[in-house]
Design a protein around this ligand. Sequence first.
Ligand code: NAD
Ligand code: AKB
Length: 314
Amino acid sequence: MDKILVTGACGQLGSELTLALRELYGNDNVIASDVRPADGDLLSGPCIILNAMHKSDIENAIDEHQITQIYHLAAILSAKGENDPKFAWDLNMTSLLNILELARDKKLDKIYWPSSIAVFGPDTPKDDTPQNTIMSPTTVYGISKLAGERWCEYFHNKFGVDVRSLRYPGLIGYKVKPGGGTTDYAVDIFYKALEENKYESFLESDAYLPMMYINDAIKATINLMQANSADVKVRSSYNISAMSFSPEEIANEIKKSLPDFKISYQPDFRQKIASSWPNSIDDSEARKDWNWQHEYDLPKMTLSILKGLKELLN
Ligand code: NAD
Ligand code: AKB
């Protein structure tokens, strides 16, 4: 029987992915863990406090709950990582290596670990960025994700660890606020649109970036994890894509539902990070190897978020 541990489960992705996994595997078989206490819907199943930097915490959880798979989501993201680069490096790398070593030593079935478009940099081709290309990340977060990809492939090739990974673009959900990324504006904008009818963007009007609705990210993650091992040909991390847009474009889409909505621009240090990332991603290998297909484009996502968030805020 599959028994799953999710690290970083209280975050933007974890809080929704954990519930999707519980739907599939049963509430009691998916253990939500984080350094902070869980609340809300996460309490529908087991929740534990676990610091992913402490190998013994993870080992105890594996033994106690007879864990067979880990979804390792705990990390510091791009913008927050720049406040304390050494800590971001330590957290992102130590936690991943703890989990890869435990997966090898305890012969776990599968590991999921997300990478990011932050592995790319200013020298990377900007449009339809290929799976294999120049990687020159400029943030400590991107450097840690690129190193993490190499470690995942190494543990797969050398020790046979079945580790799988996606290079997510900016993820957009509305149920939990994001935790310190460069693409967070695309979540904040919906809150401010409904609460104040205006938004000040910390990116330029034309900062065009790859993005994905969280429902698609969850679908991609589960599809990849349920694919036959032989079909998972990329063992560093798969490019994955759904849509790309700029702050001006998403604001125009919101205006179709809220005609008085206004956007203004006050770019800060995050603009430089955004400028170093691709405009769009070529994810043909994911589409070919395990049949990836996205469902949400910008108009469909915008309507879904405005409807769901309106209900949440009322
Ligand atoms: P988040 O910041 O919302 O959540 C991270 C969670 O990790 C938080 O709940 C935090 O409390 C927890 N955490 C921090 N330190 C911890 C520790 N030492 N031990 C255990 N838990 C700890 O991040 P997210 O947006 O949910 O991202 C999840 C994963 O997906 C990350 O690896 C991130 O790099 C990756 N990713 C996210 C995006 C995105 O747009 N959200 C894009 C690309 C990749
Ligand atoms: C961030 O902006 O740091 C994340 C990411 C793209 O990895 N959303």
